[in-house]
Design a protein around this ligand. Structure first.
Ligand code: ZN
Ligand code: ZN
Length: 259
């Protein structure tokens, strides 16, 4: 299994997950927060064309995740998966798109990938995040959550690779120029994960198979790649897992899960 990001942060997110089995490739795009042209440009940078994709899976209705998904799906005739709650929020844009519903805990199979959604506390209608497996490896993805829950730590335990939100540094957010209402929303129980909270989540997981952890969805105002990296490294510094930080402009290139 390999994965790559087209970009990560509040201006747009899209993650590619790909596997090869019996000579056929399966590639899924998780979220698409970029417009059609920008998505095509970023795919090309990763050596991909829209026709290489088997479908788009949307985590929730916020624009940085769904912004380009339905238009891109319509243009390139790709099926879309989302929760019923997310569908309720975006249904006016769903005409002409083949979509399927997903539900917490119910695996969906796209080609040779299995995706299991799990619900997260976030201020959207029915937000889910995903654990994605092929026949060898398991990738856990968690962005856009306000706090840890037993359900999400159970879901993410035992993964080979993790993409974890490191949205903000608590002190930088507290001292930011954001209005109090926005600071409270971001830092609240249904907002976004701080570096510290994500480090606590990572520390609580079964990491016996973990080979790589990505810090993702960093705020460009209230975090730095160095702070996010330090938080994740503080947990895995005596372990073999590698730490990578995703960025808004470039995401990150293909990472092969091996071993
Ligand atoms: Zn987001
Ligand atoms: Zn969100």
């Amino acid at each position: 299994m390999k994965f790559a990001s087209l970009g990560s942060g509040s201006e747009g997110n899209a993650l590619l997950i790909s596997t090869t089995s019996s000579m056929t490739d399966t590639t899924v795009m998780l979220d698409c927060g970029f417009n059609i042209k920008e998505t095509e440009r970023r795919l090309l940078r990763l050596g991909m064309a829209p026709g290489d994709l088997d479908g788009i899976v949307v985590t929730h209705e916020h624009q940085d995740h769904v912004g380009g998904a339905l238009k891109f799906a319509r243009r390139h005739r790709l099926p879309v998966w989302m929760s019923y709650g997310t569908y309720q929020a975006v249904r006016k844009d769903c005409d002409g798109v083949a979509f399927h519903f997903c539900r917490d805990g119910e695996a969906l199979n796209i080609g040779h990938l299995e995706l299991i959604p799990f619900t997260v506390p976030h201020d959207a209608r029915e937000p889910v995040q995903y654990v994605i497996s092929d026949d060898r490896f398991k990738l856990g993805v968690l962005t856009d959550a306000g706090q840890s829950t037993p359900h999400l730590t159970r879901s993410l335990s035992g993964c080979d690779a993790l993409v974890l939100e490191c949205n903000h540094d608590r002190e930088m957010l507290a001292n930011s120029a954001y209005p109090a209402s926005l600071r409270n929303r971001i830092g609240g129980a249904y907002g976004h994960l701080s570096n510290d909270t994500t480090a606590e989540i990572l520390a609580s997981l079964d990491r016996s198979r973990l080979k790589i952890v990505i810090g993702a969805h960093l705020s460009q105002q209230n975090n730095t790649p160095e702070l996010a990296r330090a938080a994740l490294c503080s947990v895995v510094e005596h372990e073999t897992a590698r730490v990578v930080i995703a960025c808004q402009a470039e995401g990150f290139g293909w990472i092969n899960i091996e071993g």
